[in-house]
Design a protein around this ligand. Sequence first.
Ligand SMILES: Nc1nc2c(c(=O)[nH]1)N[C@H]1C(S)=C(S)[C@@H](COP(=O)(O)O)O[C@H]1N2
Ligand SMILES: [Mo]
Length: 368
Amino acid sequence: MREEMQVEGEETSSVERSGAASQVSESRPGAPGFAADAAARRESARRTRRSFVVAAVAAAGGYGFYRWIDRSEGDELQPKPLREALNANAAVARAVFDERGLAPTYPVGRSVELRVNGNYGIKEEIAPENYRLQAVGVEQPKRFRQYVEDVTAWDYKFAAKAEDKAHAGHDTKVAPKDEASAPAEVQLPPAFAAAFARLKKEQGDKRPRGQEEAGKSDSTLAAGTSGLLLTLEDVTRLPRHELVTQFKCIEGWSQIVHWGGVRLRDFIEAYPPAKNAQGQDPKYVYMETPDGDYYCGFHLNECRHPQSLLVTEMAGKPLPVWHGAPLRLHMPIKYGYKQIKRIGLIAYTDEKPDDYWAKLGYDWYAGI
Ligand SMILES: Nc1nc2c(c(=O)[nH]1)N[C@H]1C(S)=C(S)[C@@H](COP(=O)(O)O)O[C@H]1N2
Ligand SMILES: [Mo]
């Protein structure tokens, strides 16, 4: 597997070999035909939201049953034999890479400007002064001056949609609304109106999370979760590293990229995880965009891989917004869909975290 990986242009992945790529849903992480589908889905999502009240009333009865069917098929929405194949591949990849195996590196001269792919969780702008990195599950968090009782109370103050030109080549445009065909506002029965008012108050009028196809993350933080609110400077204070490695999208393209940032392992050392009840490190790390629309889960040991990088620079310049500024992940041992842009939360956990593309049928592990 190592040998194959080092051959340039070799794009056969463990996932593709197992046939997963052709069997999963029509939306693929960064697929060319994907934007049009996404636009259609967004439109249908808008319609759904418009009649949210009606849908919510209907769902109150049906949702539990739907969930039951959904879950009985397996935890990652893959047919059982296929899931077993993926798990076996993950075991092989783990054995090959573990924490020692390194992805190949290249001379800077061979690096190119990375293309932009995927804009979930980064569509709205955040002013740099409104950025904070939430860190949850940290050992003795109260010893840090960045400790707060409720990290979810941080207000990212999302601005209007980021300029479309930032996502050139990607369908972020919204079709003009046909106001005439919009359904009239639904009049709520008083009991429901009161319940919704209560719900809205609980949510603090915040932007709803999980507004893309995969929906809300199962691992999103409950209000009142304590932790640290770090500034970008708290991260960039750590030793700076550069890396020239290949970035691989599961779509079948790869590019050599010059990255700069801090090692995730150094971050983990500076803000270490609290031990679990057995006195051990928690197994997993969960990351999420500030708006909760995109999210990824990892094994803690993969996060300690020396090439797992919290990226702040690309091609010797500050990381552009559409590549995930101010902070994104690069993990050369994983496919692109795990390399989350605009990290808003890093949480240590013993529960296997939710993952955007795993929810849509892709391999949770996503190792190369
Ligand atoms: N927040 C966020 N991160 C994301 C995505 C996304 O849609 N939103 N897409 C993923 C996918 S599928 C890929 S291939 C890479 C693309 O990173 P790039 O745009 O910097 O090339 O980002 C990954 N991280
Ligand atoms: Mo991707």
